[in-house]
Structures are given as structure tokens and as C-alpha cells.
Design a protein around this ligand. Structure first.
Ligand code: FAD
Length: 287
């Protein structure tokens, strides 16, 4: 398969990238792990590819007073191995390790993953769990959007034409009790269902719970009913709380391209959340 003809522009500054992206038919090229296959299959025919890889300011991963700032060009492999990410937001590093194969992780970017809006995106699920904020820049200025306002549905996000994701701000998820679990048909495939659980524990009791589901619904999102069940419970008891039942009840399965029934997908949502919480409890008990 060959892509349709296009003009290629390697932007040298953010302003140059934004000017080019403001033109009709221009799209950003980051890691190319999704965009290039879409071009090769003829699903997209942009007039111009604006390569943003020469903008190193977008690639930084930094500690902030609240947690972390991850630049849009940070590669999945960088996120996976970053000591700052492992310290301030260990579920993010664990989630990055679950994305595809090493060659895809070497090229694919955090910003590209969020921009693409795949319902099974592991990194987006951690952003949902953490209540992260997406930083956007367009020809007419900058704005910051909560993840819930950004990720509307499958491949549907609050990204205006010509707008770039420049980075993501994440509150710290540095407590010891966390788990990330996904169920795939085959190793390294997109998740059929997955979950992120991060439990803040105070004197053995769960003081705050952040639990997000991905893969099942149109976009990753926090499951409030599961979080409510967990808060106030002793950590040691959390694995026996009926979180899987609550997750099954709360899940709203999207149309499934593989034809699995909504009931089966709700079942998987329960299993994924149950396992992520059990993993968090186990990790919390051993640290
Ligand atoms: C075999 C294979 C398996 C995969 N498995 C998984 C998986 O299990 N989980 C998972 O999450 N992903 C998976 N992916 C996708 C991978 O994570 C991609 O890297 C990611 O979705 C897109 O990132 P990218 O940097 O490659 O973006 P690109 O392919 O360059 O761009 C993708 C889209 O995002 C836009 N875009 C890119 N960067 C920005 C930005 N900063 N601001 C605004 N728009 C932008 C582009 O214009 C394009 O529309 C897989 C990919 C492949 C090829």
C-alpha cells in the first residue's frame, strides 16, 4: 500500500508548526505509528504532513509540585523507563509497558496516543484515572482541558482543527497501592478490557480511590461507584469488596468491532477492575 501524495514539512519551531497546521488539509505527524498506517490504507489523504519531531521542547518529562508534566512528544518507551514517572506516577510507567511492541513504543508518543483517541489506549486510561489536564496550543492561543472534557468518545476528542497537544499535567499517583491490568486476546494486542486502580491509604484505610476502566467503553473513564465502595474500607479488605459487580453494572459497552456481546464485555470490565484492585491491595500490603 502506498500513501496518497502529500507535502512534507518538518517544523523547526512551535509557531512554524501551528502556522502550517492552520492551513486546510494539514495534519501533525508525531510517532507515525497510527498516522502512517492510516495513510497507507487510504483512510486519510492530508495535503500536508507537519512533522513535529524536531520540537524538543515538547519531549520533556518533568516533576511538578502537583505531580508530573509530560510533553506531547515523550515516547512510550521514555515514559516507561523514566525515573521521574516511576516515582511520581508509577501506574503510568506500568501502562506504557503494556502498549504494543517495543518498536511501536520507541516511536509512538504520549500526545499522539491522546490525540488519536483509541478507546483501548492505556496511557489515556491513566490520564483519566489521575484526572489529568491536557495542554493545547493553536494558532489563536493556548488552553488547558480536563481529561473528561477532552475524551468524548471513540476517536472523538476536543481537539480543534490545527490545534496541537503540547503536554499533559498529571497529579501525583505516588502511593504504594496501585494496579494496572488488561485482558487481551493475544499478547501485545489492544485490550478487550483494562483497568487502572490507585488507592491512597491512610493508617490502613483507603482514603481516596481512583479507578478507571478502558477498552470496554467509548473512552477510558473513572468508575465512581467502584471508587465509592472502596473509600473508607481497610486496604486489607478491599480485594473482597464487590468491585467487579459494581463495574459490571456501571459499564456501558461500546459497539464491539469483534462482535463480543455487551454482557461478555461487561463481565470483562468486572474482571479487569477486580484484578487491578487486587493488584493494588497486594502491592500496598507489601510496601
Ligand atoms: C501494531 C500496533 C499496535 C498498537 N497497539 C497499541 C496499544 O496496545 N495501545 C495503545 O495505546 N496504542 C497502540 N498503538 C498505537 C500507538 O500507541 C501510537 O503510537 C499512538 O496511538 C499514536 O501516537 P503517534 O505518536 O505514533 O501518533 P501519529 O501516528 O503520528 O499520529 C496519530 C494522530 O494523532 C495526531 N497527533 C499526533 N500528535 C499530536 C499532537 N501532539 N497534537 C495533536 N495531534 C497529534 C496526528 O495528526 C494523527 O491524527 C499501536 C500501534 C501499532 C502500529
Amino acid at each position: 500500500m502506498k500513501p496518497p501524495p502529500f507535502t512534507y514539512l518538518r517544523a523547526r519551531t512551535l509557531e512554524e508548526a501551528l502556522d502550517a497546521l492552520a492551513q486546510q488539509g494539514a495534519v501533525a505527524l508525531a510517532g507515525g505509528q497510527t498516522l502512517i498506517p492510516l495513510l497507507n490504507f487510504g483512510d486519510l489523504a492530508p495535503a500536508t504532513l507537519v512533522d513535529i519531531n524536531a520540537l524538543p521542547a515538547l519531549g520533556a518529562i518533568e516533576e511538578t509540585p502537583e505531580g508530573l508534566a509530560v510533553g506531547a512528544l515523550a515516547r512510550h518507551a521514555q515514559v516507561e523507563s523514566s525515573p521521574v514517572v516511576r516515582r511520581r506516577c508509577p501506574p503510568l510507567a506500568a501502562a506504557a509497558r503494556l502498549v504494543a511492541h517495543p518498536p511501536v513504543r520507541a516511536r509512538g508518543t504520549f500526545g499522539g496516543s491522546l490525540a488519536h483517541g483509541h478507546p483501548c489506549a492505556e496511557l489515556t486510561a491513566v490520564v483519566a484515572a489521575a484526572g489529568g489536564q491536557i495542554e493545547l496550543r493553536g494558532a489563536h492561543g493556548s488552553r488547558t482541558v480536563d481529561h473528561t472534557a477532552f475524551a468524548h468518545g471513540t476517536f472523538d476528542r476536543a481537539l480543534a482543527p490545527g490545534e496541537l497537544i503540547t503536554g499533559v499535567r498529571l497529579p501525583a499517583m505516588d502511593g504504594a497501592a496501585w494496579g494496572v491490568h488488561e485482558i487481551t486476546r493475544r499478547t501485545r494486542e489492544y485490550a478487550m478490557a483494562g483497568a487502572v486502580a490507585a488507592l491512597a491509604v491512610d493508617r490502613g484505610v483507603i482514603a481516596r480511590a481512583r479507578v478507571a476502566l478502558f477498552g470496554v467503553e467509548a473512552a477510558p473513564r473513572r468508575i465512581g461507584t467502584v471508587e465509592e465502595l472502596l473509600v473508607g474500607a481497610p486496604l486489607v479488605d478491599a480485594a473482597s469488596i464487590a468491585v467487579a459487580d459494581a463495574a459490571r453494572d456501571a459499564a456501558v459497552p461500546r459497539d464491539d468491532p469483534d462482535g463480543d456481546s455487551p454482557d461478555y464485555r461487561r463481565h470483562l470490565a468486572g474482571v479487569a477492575i477486580g484484578r487491578a484492585v487486587a493488584e493494588a491491595v497486594d502491592r500496598g500490603a507489601h510496601t
